[in-house]
Design a protein. Structure first.
Ligand code: ADP
Length: 299
C-alpha cells in the first residue's frame, strides 16, 4: 500500500521540480535549442560579451529615479537617428519599464524562426522592454534569480537588425542589474543623467564610481531640468542652481554632454508617447547636442 502511494506521487514531484527549473532558466518562455555547456574553468567568471546585431552599446544611467533618465534615453536615441545612425533602445528596467509609454508602443513581441525576440518599432527605432511582455497592470513578482535570467534574455536573445547604436535605459541606482550588465556586456560608454540639485549629485557620484570600478568608459554627464525659461518674459531661471553638475563633472574629469531645460512640453509630450525630438525642433536641440557629442567621442 505504502509503495503504491509513493509511486503515484513520484511523477507529480518530478514535474514540479522540472517546471521550477525551466522557469528559472527561461523566464520569458523563449523556444530553446540544445543547452550549451560552459567549460568548468569559466563557470562563475563574468565574460563580457557583445550583443549580436549591435555595433556600439551606450548605457544611460542615473543614481536615483525621477531625474528624467528614460526621457533622456529615448530622445537621445531619436537624436542619434536624426544624425543618420541606425538605433535601438533596450529598457533594462524589469520592475518599472517606461520605454513602451515613451515610444507609444504596446503588444507582445513576435518570436523569430531562430527563437529570438523581435523588437517593436516606432519613430524608426527598434525597442525591447519587459513592458511588452507583462501587462502594465501586473507587477513582476520575481526573485533575484529570475530577474537576472530575464535580463540576460533581454540582453542576448533579441534580434536587432545591424544597429549602429543600442541605447540601454538602465534602472536607477547601482544594484544587481547594473552590475550584471556592466560585468557581462561589452559597453562602449555610459552617460550619467542628473538634475543639478545637490542631493541628486551626491547619488550621481556613486554611479560614476561604479562605472570606473567595472572599467566602463564614462562619456559624460547630462544635466536635466537644468534651467527654466519663463514662457512670458523668456527669463532663464536656474531653479536648482546653475553650476552644481558642472562643478561635480569637472571634479571627476567628466564632460557635460548637454543641459536640458525644465519644460512643461517635455513632460506633457513624453507622457503622450510623443518624444520632443520628433515633435518640437526647438526642444530637440539639446538632445541633438548630446547625440553629436556622443558620436564625436565614439566614432
Ligand atoms: P526616470 O527615468 O529618471 O525615472 P523619467 O524620464 O521617467 O525619469 O521622467 C520623470 C518625469 O519627469 C516624467 O514625467 C517626464 O516626462 C518628466 N521630465 C523628464 N525630463 C523633463 C524635463 N526636462 N522637463 C520637464 N519634465 C521632464
Amino acid at each position: 500500500m505504502m509503495s503504491a502511494r509513493i509511486v503515484t506521487m513520484m511523477p507529480r514531484a518530478r514535474w514540479f521540480q522540472t517546471c521550477a527549473r525551466v522557469m528559472h532558466e527561461n523566464p520569458l518562455g523563449l523556444p530553446r535549442k540544445k543547452k550549451e555547456s560552459i567549460p568548468l574553468m569559466s563557470r562563475g567568471l563574468p565574460i563580457k560579451q557583445r550583443i549580436s546585431g549591435v555595433n556600439r552599446v551606450i548605457l544611460v544611467s542615473s543614481a536615483k529615479g525621477g531625474v528624467g533618465k528614460s526621457t533622456v534615453a529615448v530622445n537621445t536615441a531619436l537624436a542619434l537617428q536624426s544624425l543618420g545612425r541606425r538605433v535601438g533602445i533596450l529598457d533594462a528596467d524589469i520592475f518599472g519599464p517606461s520605454i513602451p509609454r515613451l515610444l507609444n508602443l504596446t503588444g507582445e513581441p513576435r518570436i523569430s524562426d531562430n527563437g529570438k525576440l523581435l523588437p517593436l518599432i516606432n519613430y524608426g527605432i527598434e525597442s525591447m522592454s519587459m513592458g511588452y511582455l507583462v501587462s502594465s497592470e501586473k507587477a513582476v513578482v520575481w526573485r533575484g534569480l529570475m530577474v537576472m535570467k530575464a535580463l540576460q534574455q533581454l540582453l542576448f536573445d533579441v534580434q536587432w537588425s545591424n544597429l549602429d547604436y543600442l541605447v540601454i535605459d538602465m534602472p536607477p541606482g547601482t544594484g544587481d542589474t547594473q552590475l550584471t550588465i556592466s560585468q557581462q556586456l561589452k559597453v562602449d560608454g555610459a552617460v550619467i543623467v542628473s538634475t543639478p540639485q545637490d542631493i541628486a549629485l551626491i547619488d550621481a557620484v556613486k554611479g560614476i564610481a561604479m562605472f570606473k570600478q567595472v572599467e566602463i568608459p564614462l562619456l559624460g554627464l547630462v544635466q536635466n531640468m537644468s534651467y527654466f525659461v519663463c514662457p512670458n518674459c523668456k527669463h532663464e531661471a536656474h531653479i536648482f542652481g546653475s553650476e552644481g553638475a558642472r562643478r561635480e563633472a569637472a571634479k571627476h574629469h567628466l564632460d557635460v554632454l548637454g543641459s536640458i531645460p525644465l519644460n512643461e512640453a517635455i513632460c506633457v509630450q513624453s507622457d503622450k508617447g510623443k518624444p520632443v525630438v520628433m515633435t518640437d525642433p526647438e526642444l530637440a536641440k539639446p538632445y541633438i547636442d548630446i547625440a553629436s557629442n556622443i558620436v564625436a567621442k565614439l566614432e
